[in-house]
Design a protein around this ligand. Structure first.
Ligand code: IPE
Ligand code: IPE
Ligand code: MG
Length: 253
């Protein structure tokens, strides 16, 4: 797959349907609490929202969908919740990967895998291998992912490849080493659950992404809620530092 340049160096094509949507799936715990259920029931129900947004993106011709499933900071949660989330991740892989494959979806997992147990790592590798040649939606799950971790591991890769370099590195030299080097920067960022923060998600890649926050909690985020996010996106004017008039004129003005 081609490597993409950062939206800060070239003017990306703006299409009515975003090429890349990145989502912080937040609010599972609150959804369960409102229903007097244990928090983990919210995670369980959240899987249904994942299914419906994946299907919608695949149908609409969205190229890339990236879902934040577990952050590098989420290890700080109570141990039983962390264990539940890891088991749920494994269960979802076991159950859904063949269906995704049948729908021509390519699955990729980004994040630090070194803390996952062996069975989970094996399932991740198998899922990526099985779906590697698929040409439909590229679904990325960010698991034990942190934006700062990503920038640091990319820097490490860059320096290792250029051990004797004494001159400064350029921005575009780093991007091939980032976890999402196979995707354009996200066009649309959706956060459910109402918090107005990035929580260490794709820090580098979100530089010019349109941000959309909704109070809807993730398990309640249905097709209608997704359409509202797309409608909001379509009303935006993406200027990438330029002025309005330049956008109607020459492409790279
Ligand atoms: C997001 O929902 C899922 C994960 C972080 C794994 P939360 O579990 O953060 O739900 P709230 O924010 O507590 O409601
Ligand atoms: C962000 O949600 C991480 C995921 C959805 C995986 P959090 O619930 O962990 O974010 P904070 O702690 O409220 O910032
Ligand atoms: Mg949360």
């Amino acid at each position: 797959m081609a490597l993409f340049q950062s939206s800060t160096s070239t003017l990306p094509e703006v299409t009515p349907v975003p090429r890349h949507i990145a989502v912080i799936m937040d609010g599972n715990g609150r959804w369960a609490k409102q229903r007097f259920m244990p928090r983990v029931m919210g995670h369980q129900r959240g899987v249904e929202s994942v299914r419906s947004i994946v299907k919608a993106c695949n149908n609409k011709g969205v190229g890339f969908l990236t879902l934040f499933a577990f952050s590098s900071e989420n290890w700080r949660r109570p141990a039983d919740e962390v264990t539940f989330l890891m088991k749920l991740f494994l269960k979802v892989l076991e159950k859904e990967v063949s269906k995704m494959h049948a729908s021509n979806i390519r699955l990729r997992i980004i994040g630090d895998r070194t803390r996952f147990d062996e069975a989970l790592v094996r399932h991740i590798e198998n899922a990526e291998k099985l779906t590697a040649a698929n040409t439909g939606l590229v679904l990325t799950i960010a698991a034990n992912y942190g934006g700062r971790w990503d920038v640091m591991q990319a820097m490490h890769g860059l320096i290792q490849a250029n051990p004797n370099r004494t001159t400064a590195f350029e921005e575009d030299e780093l991007t091939p080493y980032l976890s999402m080097n196979y995707a354009p920067d996200p066009d649309l960022f959706i956060r459910t659950g109402g918090e107005q923060r990035i929580s260490n998600f794709l820090l580098w890649q979100l530089a010019y992404t349109e941000l959309y926050v909704t109070d809807t909690l993730w398990p309640a985020f249905d097709l209608k809620a997704f359409e509202l996010a797309l409608e909001s996106y379509q009303k935006r004017e993406r200027r990438f530092g330029r002025i309005s008039e330049q956008l109607k004129g020459e492409k790279n003005a």
